[in-house]
Design a protein around this ligand. Structure first.
Ligand SMILES: [Zn+2]
Length: 379
């Protein structure tokens, strides 16, 4: 009975970027191996707030807004506080967790996640500190490998791409208390998980949360490419993008409307394909646990699933001339991009959750009966 609740508890930690040393870079999240890793202690972290240039804030509460605390990327853009994803990533606060790396192969390292401390969310980014001293009798070759590994993963473009990813998660599921005390008009304090949805749609929103965060990471890299013209900055899970630029399949430097549509469609479809073929299986435990947070729709309410996706996929898009604008990538060429499919396991969990909600509605039972309890009843 406690199984699902245990998973839910553990998922208060939101892990996203991880890689296995010596292997290819993977995004692993919420699988059992991952959760068994020791968690960084909050006191080990330092808060890093980059210097912010003086600006005139459009509304009150200058201090928090200038630090971009509780202020999503899209809202900050709407109010003219930032002019690009890169601008936000450079200026938004994050915490740093230092991880000592002494060449332990098979070690799973988390590169970025967001964490709730005292009810507020923080983006935490890891800094890899090469430790060549504690490896007894380490060869000079191993020492070099340890140092080059740390250098590769501390690369500022790579770290900021992870930050762009984590900040998107934070914006999609913000701290309502934190947001309301800023009291900003039109502020997107509503989480994408708060929109009316069926249990199946809710489970899909869990996937869209991750895909849209990956898309924001890619859009951050695209901004760098527009500035420096270096297609080699697209690495690991984004390497397909650099290859597409070099082969002429897409051209981020084109202002032509058809080229722009082609590029957007390509990036979206590619990330959906990655999700369908690989990543969604790593997020099954997470989606199953998160389903317990689903709020049943009241009678007469209609699904707002499409609105949740409009919100999740509205990004800051930079043009080759350097201007930025908001684009809703849920609609490309006037059409809704094909939706994702749940795995069998998540589909089953969504159906269970639906039955739990129907059961609770009939018995008016509070608090909600867990899926496991329902299973135990043999229904
Ligand atoms: Zn993520």
């Amino acid at each position: 009975m406690t199984e699902v609740k245990d998973v839910l508890h553990k998922c208060k930690w939101w892990f996203c970027g991880a890689a296995i040393v010596g292997g290819s870079c993977l995004y692993l999240a919420h699988n059992s191996k991952f959760r068994s890793q020791p968690q960084p202690e909050p006191e080990k972290m330092e808060i890093f707030i980059p210097p912010v240039p003086q600006r005139t804030a459009p509304v009150e509460d200058l201090a928090d807004k200038e630090k971009l605390i509780g202020y999503s990327m899209v809202d900050a853009f709407k109010y003219g506080v930032i002019n690009s994803i890169s601008d936000y990533v450079d200026r938004a606060p994050h915490k740093t967790d230092t991880i000592k790396f002494a060449g332990e192969f098979n070690q799973v390292i988390t590169y970025g996640y967001h964490q709730k401390i005292n009810g507020k969310k923080y983006v935490v980014l890891s800094h890899i500190e090469p430790d060549t001293i504690s490896v007894a009798g380490a060869s000079s070759k191993l020492k070099k490998m340890i140092i080059s590994f740390a250098k590769y993963h501390n690369d500022s473009t790579k770290v900021k791409t992870i930050k762009a990813h984590e900040l998107w998660h934070q914006a999609s599921d913000p701290d309502v208390e934190n947001g309301t005390d800023i009291n900003l008009a039109n502020k997107s304090t509503r989480s994408i998980f708060d929109y009316n949805s069926t249990t199946e749609e809710f489970a899909k929103i869990c996937g869209h949360d991750e895909i849209s965060s990956r898309l924001n990471g890619l859009l951050y890299l695209r901004e760098q490419y527009l500035q420096n013209g270096n297609s080699r900055i697209f690495k690991d899970e984004y390497s397909f993008y650099g290859r597409a630029i070099r082969s002429g399949k897409i051209d981020p430097n084109s202002e032509n409307a058809a080229d722009v549509e082609n590029e957007r469609l390509f990036m979206f479809k590619s990330l959906i394909e990655q999700w369908e073929s690989k990543h969604k299986y790593n997020y099954e435990d997470y989606a199953i646990a998160k389903l317990e947070e689903h709020h049943p729709m009241d009678k007469g309410q209609t699904s707002e699933y499409d609105h949740a996706l409009d919100r999740a996929y509205t990004f800051i898009w930079k043009t080759p001339s350097g201007d930025s604008k908001l684009v809703n990538m849920n609609y490309i060429s006037g059409e809704i991009v094909p939706d994702i499919r749940l795995t069998d396991q998540v589909e089953e969990a969504a159906l269970y959750r639906q039955r739990v909600e129907e059961h609770n509605a009939l018995t008016k039972k509070e608090p909600a009966l867990s899926m496991q309890a329902l299973k135990n009843q043999g229904r």
